[in-house]
Design a protein around this ligand. Structure first.
Ligand code: SAH
Length: 254
């Protein structure tokens, strides 16, 4: 928890969501890989409903771009007020907000429906109605049950980045699972083999995971795995902002 007191949202965005990691000129870079996993999974049309909750949204919205077409409401959450404020600035279209337009344009391109990117931007802003505080270490992460429970749950680079060990990761996964209805879909993106990352003055410890840890944790937390993919971080993207080896994408059902 202490590390997160020094978390700088703008530094985190610069480290992960500007070039070289957010380079849309090739699908080999990590950000296009993440966006493709989500776009392909939502393209099936199977994952839809009233509410999707995103756990540990941080200052980012890229993870919601394909999701937002399939839900009436998107609930974003984060532990830190500075991150919730950063998200609010983008949702209200205020000056000084991070520029997500290259991400939105890229997602419209890979979804291939010829949708103008401004339409997707508007839709996400309309549907992103709640930005709530959360703590995944509590059995009731929002402080009260979500009523009705979410139809789908998304979480990107949060649970392993706030858990001291694998047992805590499993517990956090079970806690956030309480927000989801039985049968609901869970999509997780996360770091493989990472022990720390930087966000300005903050150096955050991460529990290093292997693919097998992700499988075991999902099973232990009551999820049935549908799909697991992974990405190896190319040398050019090992920039010193973390020691990540790769990224996993898991699709599971409660
Ligand atoms: N989802 C974003 C941000 C991930 S960074 C992305 O894909 O890039 C990890 C996030 O976990 C940070 O935003 C941090 O504020 C949040 N976090 C820290 N402690 C937490 C806790 N106890 N419960 C939930 N989220 C927490």
């Amino acid at each position: 928890r202490e590390g997160y007191e020094h978390f700088d949202p703008r530094a985190y965005l610069r480290n992960n969501y500007l070039p070289p990691r957010a380079d849309f000129s090739s699908e080999e870079f990590v950000v296009p890989w993440k966006l493709r996993c989500l776009a392909e999974t939502f393209a099936s049309g199977e994952i839809r409903g009233r509410t999707l909750i995103d756990v540990g949204s941080g200052p980012t919205i890229y993870q919601l771009l394909s999701a937002c077409d399939h839900f009436e409401e998107i609930v974003a959450t984060d532990y830190l007020a500075v991150n919730r404020e950063e998200l609010g600035r983008w949702a209200r279209g205020e000056p000084g907000a991070f520029d997500w337009s290259p991400f939105i344009q890229h997602v419209c391109k890979i979804e291939g429906r010829g949708e103008p990117w401004q339409d997707k931007e508007r839709r996400l802003r309309e549907r992103l109605r709640r930005i709530l505080p959360i703590d995944v270490h509590r059995p009731e992460p929002l402080g009260a049950p979500l009523r009705p429970p979410a139809d789908a749950l998304l979480s990107a680079f949060c649970l392993e980045a706030v858990s001291p060990d694998r047992a805590a990761f499993v517990r956090a996964l079970a806690h956030v699972g309480n927000l989801l209805r039985p049968g609901g879909h869970a999509l997780l993106l996360g770091a493989l083999g990472e022990s720390f990352y930087l966000a300005g003055p903050a150096r955050l410890p991460v529990v290093p995971l292997e693919e097998s840890d992700v499988r075991e944790a999902l099973a232990a937390a009551g999820f049935a795995l549908r799909e697991l993919r992974s990405y190896a971080m190319p040398p050019a993207l090992r920039t010193g902002v973390d020691d990540v080896d790769g990224v996993f994408f898991a699709h599971a059902q409660k």
